[in-house]
Design a protein around this ligand. Structure first.
Ligand SMILES: Cc1cc2nc3c(=O)[nH]c(=O)nc-3n(C[C@H](O)[C@H](O)[C@H](O)COP(=O)(O)OP(=O)(O)OC[C@H]3O[C@@H](n4cnc5c(N)ncnc54)[C@H](O)[C@@H]3O)c2cc1C
Length: 406
């Protein structure tokens, strides 16, 4: 009997692989192994509607549990894979089971970084936000009037800040860099979101480094900053980014460097092993890059199913991303890496605008705030490699649709 395709990590990339494998009528058996108790689910609502209490847990699941069995997909949840033996082509689970594979797909995702225990990272009342279990433990603490301190001004911290304000908590957000979103966006986008959160009563402290969390009565009670200032808090949420889950791959001798290195077909340095999603580091326009986004995980999972089915395809998808904060929908297309200038395209009011990133005259990416047209037409413009002059984009009278369709 042929050994199965084994997938390690039951998340977004795994679900996408399975959907395409089934759609292509793939006959090779598939075994999906995940350490969480759930079938693959969407993580984006965790810091948005699920935390807000506006989305039922069942709505998070990408497919209902029964679907997998109906499609002949074998699943094992609550099961951690501890090791890979690439020579023998088998994996070893935490409870000692050894399972042979024909092809192995690593979809192990990333982990939310924490703070060292020595500075209070493990105190009761300190949370991270990555999984359903994280939210289910944290959300009972989200009561109106309580003081939430968020460490980190990236997407997850800002989304959680928005939910917390909607639930009536007092929110302070600390960012060590000079501005929130510094790692991911231009200053104009940071300015937009600083304005938005300040208007909703979030106290944002930028260029503010936390030195340690403070404890009283056996739980966190605040934080001390490098300046000597202290901030009182009832709950602390750490949102300082993610690290790729590469331990398995590294121990198995696969090439890794900020993720599991894959080629343009998502194959790792071992011909029988693929990697997809947050854990993979791939080549794009000659540059190595690792993305943490639904689009990337879904497109890479999908691609691997096609490659295994014998299609001659490579990974060239245009990255896109979104974030929801209060009533603002941010949509991003392209990658702003290497930009040397930005252009603002104003909207009819202050809530609507887009930021266009250029490298020389080449358009790389767009951040569209409450501007679905700038996103949709901009996306088409980038896909078609059109590079409208900056002054044309900056003119609110310019018809983007006409450029996209030209
Ligand atoms: C709170 C939050 C909000 C987000 N919001 C957005 C958003 O708005 N837009 C967007 O595009 N992206 C968003 N993302 C990112 C997006 O959810 C991820 O990029 C995506 O889930 C990655 O999919 P993946 O399959 O690589 O990993 P995951 O979906 O994380 O799945 C990986 C799974 O592998 C399991 N695993 C790891 N190691 C092992 C092992 N050894 N054995 C067994 N199982 C293992 C993990 O427990 C996990 O269940 C958000 C992420 C979070 C956490």
């Amino acid at each position: 009997m042929t050994a199965p395709i084994v997938i390690v990590g039951a998340g977004q990339a795994a679900a996408s692989f399975i959907s395409r494998h089934v759609a292509l009528g793939g006959e090779q058996p598939v075994l999906l192994i995940g350490e969480e108790s759930h079938p693959p689910y969407q993580r984006p609502p965790l810091s948005k509607k699920y935390l807000l209490g506006e989305l039922e847990r069942d709505r998070l699941f990408i497919r209902p549990l029964d679907w997998y069995a109906e499609q002949g997909i074998e699943t094992r949840f609550d099961t951690r894979v501890d090791a890979i033996d690439p020579g023998a082509r088998k994996i070893i689970t935490a409870n000692g089971d050894e399972i042979e594979y024909d092809t192995l797909i690593l979809c192990t995702g990333s982990s939310a970084r924490g703070l060292p225990d020595a500075i209070g990272g493990n105190l009761p009342g300190v949370y991270r936000l990555r999984s359903i279990a994280d939210i289910d433990t944290m959300s009972p603490e989200f009561e109106a009037g309580r003081r939430l301190l968020i460490v980190g001004g990236g997407y997850i911290g800002l989304e959680a800040a928005a939910v917390a304000r909607q639930l009536g908590l007092e929110v302070t957000l600390l960012e060590m860099a000079d501005r929130i979103m510094q790692r991911v966006a231009a200053a104009e986008t940071s300015d937009y979101f600083r304005r938005l959160h300040s208007a909703h009563g979030v106290k944002i402290l930028e260029a503010s480094k936390m030195t340690r969390l403070l404890e009283a009565g056996g739980r966190v009670c605040g934080a001390e900053l490098e300046s000597g200032e202290t901030i009182d808090a009832d709950i602390v949420l750490i949102g300082i980014g993610g690290s790729p889950n590469t331990e398995l791959a590294e121990a198995a001798g696969l090439d890794c460097d900020n993720g599991i290195l894959v080629d343009e077909t998502c194959r790792t340095s071992d011909a029988h092993i693929y990697a997809a999603g947050d854990c993979s580091n791939f080549l794009r326009n000659g540059q190595r890059i690792r993305l943490e986004s639904v689009q990337n995980a879904a497109d890479q999972g999908d691609l691997i199913a096609r490659v295994i089915a014998g299609e001659d395809v490579t990974y060239t998808a245009l990255p896109w991303f979104w974030s929801d904060q209060y009533d603002c929908k941010l949509q991003i297309v392209g990658l702003n890496l290497g930009h040397d200038s930005t252009v603002i395209r104003p909207g009819p009011n202050d809530d609507v605008m887009s930021v266009w990133y250029y490298a020389g005259d080449r358009l790389l990416a767009i951040d569209a705030m409450n501007d679905p047209k700038a996103y949709a037409f901009g996306r088409k413009i980038i896909e078609d490699n059109k590079n409208p002059p900056k002054e044309v984009v900056a003119d609110p009278e310019t018809d983007l649709k006409a450029i996209a369709k030209s």
